[in-house]
Write a protein that binds this ligand. Structure first.
Ligand SMILES: *Cc1c(COP(=O)(O)O)cnc(C)c1O
Length: 369
């Protein structure tokens, strides 16, 4: 029986490194509430991500939800249905109405050419997703947002460390939200961050993540609790020391997959964008049965029989979730619909041995005609 291979595997720093990082907490007894580790990690990430302003939160979902709330939006928000549940839930849970824009068939990010047709007098913001770490059409989105006075909040959960024309991806938009969940390229066990442009937004975000408490006797907003604790921040400090070597390793694995799978009719790989330094977060492959002879589901089953567990990221579309039935219409985004039915994310994490990549590819190739 071969060992199970999952789509991802959480990175762990050397155990002693983490123990050294947290041992000061036994003396300080300051375990959360923006302690020393929180501030160290915040500064380190500001440098690593190449952004001016950043705050840390308890997870990526709250980063999105509280960003939407700190932006003081109303009405409709244009977004993509080709994403993780969190993006759409954050919009709806903030009392806003999601309006789904179709995606580009090559990049799988929001198709900016379809954006303007969806703008109404009720539109207040755009929430695009740098899905798989692929960078959205930031120039076009910014131009449209500026022309219509809309806020732009990027879901950058997949895009840690990605740069576009040398600029950190978190520096685009009014805000960009990162997830530091255990399964992501960089993690703090659970965690998230918001990079932002306006200091006033940062103040509102801070209020929302800490009960609106601004002093011992001053409560200025109806806030929630979304603070990152010191143990999570310490994990982040450890993981950040190893992130470059891990991304380099991901790049090797990505290249190995491409050696086997590129140039096959009906098999589409994630685009490598010019001007973008990728983080190689995922290896999604699109299988067009009419051309390659095998459906995504058949490939998925073939791999599962061999104890390899890829994931249908992202299927179904968020607009097709049962909780949104009737409220949204998945048929209005035919490209997203087609991609979600054909896409399969193959295993990719730094420790995945290259000979396992070879084995995965051989299983896939055996199924194609
Ligand atoms: C992981 C993820 C989130 C949510 O982040 P959490 O840290 O798990 O709360 C949001 N959006 C996308 C696209 C994600 O992949």
């Amino acid at each position: 029986m071969t060992e199970e291979i999952w789509v991802t595997r959480s990175a762990m720093p050397p155990m002693q490194e983490y123990i050294d990082e947290i041992s000061a907490l036994w003396d300080s007894r300051i375990l959360t509430n923006m302690g020393v580790k929180h501030e160290q990690l915040r500064r380190a990430l500001r440098g690593y991500l190449g952004v001016d302003r950043i705050d840390l939160l308890t997870n990526g979902h709250m980063a999105l939800e509280l960003s939407l709330q700190a932006m003081q939006l109303r009405g409709e928000v244009i977004t993509t249905p080709f994403t993780f549940a969190s993006t759409t839930h954050a919009i709806v849970r903030s009392g806003l109405t999601p309006v789904f824009c179709d995606i580009d068939a090559q990049t799988y990010t929001m198709d900016a050419t379809r954006l303007e047709a969806l703008i109404t007098e009720r539109t207040s913001a755009i929430v695009p997703v740098h899905v798989y770490g692929t960078v959205c059409d930031v120039g076009q989105i910014e131009r449209i947002a500026r022309a219509h006075r809309l806020k732009v909040i990027y879901d950058a959960a997949h895009a840690f460390g990605v740069t576009y024309r040398g600029a950190g991806v978190g520096s685009f938009g009014d805000a960009a939200c990162f997830s530091f969940h255990a399964t992501k390229v960089f993690h703090t066990i659970e965690g998230g961050a918001v990079c932002f442009r306006e200091p006033a937004f940062g103040e509102r975000l801070y209020q929302l993540k800490n009960f609106g408490i601004m002093g011992p006797e001053r409560v200025e907003a109806v806030g929630a609790n979304a603070k990152m604790n010191e143990f999570c921040a310490a994990m982040g400090l450890c993981n950040l020391r190893h992130i470059d070597e891990q991304i380099a390793r991901r790049k090797q694995i990505d290249a190995r997959y491409r050696r086997w799978l590129s140039g096959i009719p009906g098999v589409a790989l994630r685009v490598l964008q010019p001007d973008v330094q990728s983080n190689y977060a995922y290896f999604p492959v699109r299988f067009d049965k009419a051309v390659c002879g095998c459906s995504r589901d058949e490939i998925d089953e073939a791999l599962r029989r061999e104890n390899i567990f890829p994931r249908k990221y992202f299927y179904p579309l968020t607009s097709a979730f049962s909780c949104y039935r009737g409220a949204c219409d998945a048929d209005k985004t035919p490209v997203a619909q087609m991609v979600s039915e054909q896409i399969l994310a193959l295993p990719l994490y730094p420790e995945l041995p290259l000979d396992e990549v070879d084995r995965i590819c051989r299983i896939v190739l055996r199924r194609l005609r």
